[in-house]
Design a protein around this ligand. Structure first.
Ligand code: NAD
Length: 308
């Protein structure tokens, strides 16, 4: 079987073009402010990449480095500053519950990463609009959203089925259950109708809306399956294991599988091309375009903005 390799740049291209068009049409200087309050060199590197991507679309990206004890006040100041349309914080800052508190200090109408409680609750409960307003789509975290856009590009969503059920019949394995990517992604795909096996280092959980999609939002079940049980029945395998030594056992994959890697490390050996119908090796460019897309969406919603 011929395998198509699809790069993140290919998936991102139409979004990048649309973003530039929208920024030009808006006639304002759309501004994203990011706060770096840790000493993580990879966060700084990510900030530089984001800055370049924003510049291509005409978005102003400002990196503000500061002591972490000043972060909360700086976020509140940015919440109140009408020239700031989106706020991004590089985590971890304090870790644990303190970081969750900081995430909720960002005004939801400036929360480009979709990390505040309102958006997380909406996502996990399959609520697609903000405060029930049809004109305000809820914000989805950038990396899970980027994976979804890659799957849409691969025509995985069945356009003949009503919106919200378009992954019915698809079995998907996600190897990663982090709070930032793997768990939200499992919930989003299950809410769209897929049967999802969520794999992490210790166990496998099943996310699904029932065999006939009878539940309005996904449920999670413990499952005594192993990787060797779920990989051979998966139409799509998505990986995000942050280790240079980890490899998905290719012999377990279904012929014609769609394989997506979002980890910085390479989780699939090159021989994946002998097994997969589509291989997406990296998604970084899609993630940065989704960040900007969320920013523009929130910019359009700014008349609904109130205090935090
Ligand atoms: P994390 O460390 O928080 O989570 C890793 C997850 O992988 C955990 O659920 C863990 O249990 C699981 N895991 C680790 N080893 C495993 C194994 N051998 N078998 C099964 N599961 C295993 O990491 P994260 O924040 O989710 O990031 C994961 C990767 O994704 C990193 O490489 C990160 O750089 C990358 N990432 C990419 C983007 C992007 O846009 N491309 C965005 C965010 C993160």
């Amino acid at each position: 079987m011929e395998c198509r390799t699809i790069t993140g740049a290919t998936v991102a291209k139409p979004f990048v073009e649309e973003l530039s068009k929208q920024v030009k049409e808006s006639g304002v200087q759309v501004k994203l402010v990011s706060f770096l309050a840790n000493n993580d060199p990879s966060a700084e590197q990510y900030a530089q990449v984001t800055k370049r991507c924003c510049a291509q679309s005409g978005i102003i990206f400002e990196l503000r480095k500061l002591d972490r004890e000043k972060l909360e006040d700086a976020i509140i100041e940015a919440n109140e500053d009408d020239s700031v349309h989106g706020i991004l914080v590089y985590y971890p800052v304090f870790g644990g519950g303190h970081d969750q508190y900081i995430q909720n200090c960002v005004n939801p109408f400036k929360d480009v990463e979709g990390l505040c409680h309102l958006y997380r609750f909406n996502m996990y409960h399959n609520i697609r609009h903000i405060h029930g307003r049809k004109e305000l789509k809820s914000i989805i975290p950038c990396t899970p959203l980027a994976v979804i856009k890659c799957l849409e590009h691969c025509n995985v969503y069945d356009g003949d089925v009503p919106y919200g059920n378009q992954l019915h019949g698809k079995t998907i394995t996600i190897i990663n259950r982090s709070e930032v990517v793997g768990r939200p992604l499992a919930a989003l795909l299950a809410n769209d109708g897929a049967l999802v096996y969520s794999v992490d280092i210790s166990d496998i959980l099943k996310f699904h809306r029932g065999p006939k999609l009878q539940w309005s939002k996904y449920k999670v079940e413990d499952c005594d399956k192993k990787l060797e049980d779920v990989l051979p029945i998966s139409d799509i395998v998505i990986t995000g294991v942050p280790s240079p030594n980890y490899r998905v056992p290719l012999e377990l994959l279904k012929d014609g599988v769609i394989a997506v890697n979002f980890a910085c490390a390479k989780n699939f050996d090159d021989e994946i091309k002998n097994k997969a119908s589509i291989f997406v090796p990296t998604i970084g460019k899609v993630t940065t375009s989704m960040l900007q897309r969320n920013l523009l969406r929130l910019y359009k919603y700014s008349s609904y903005r109130t205090g935090t």
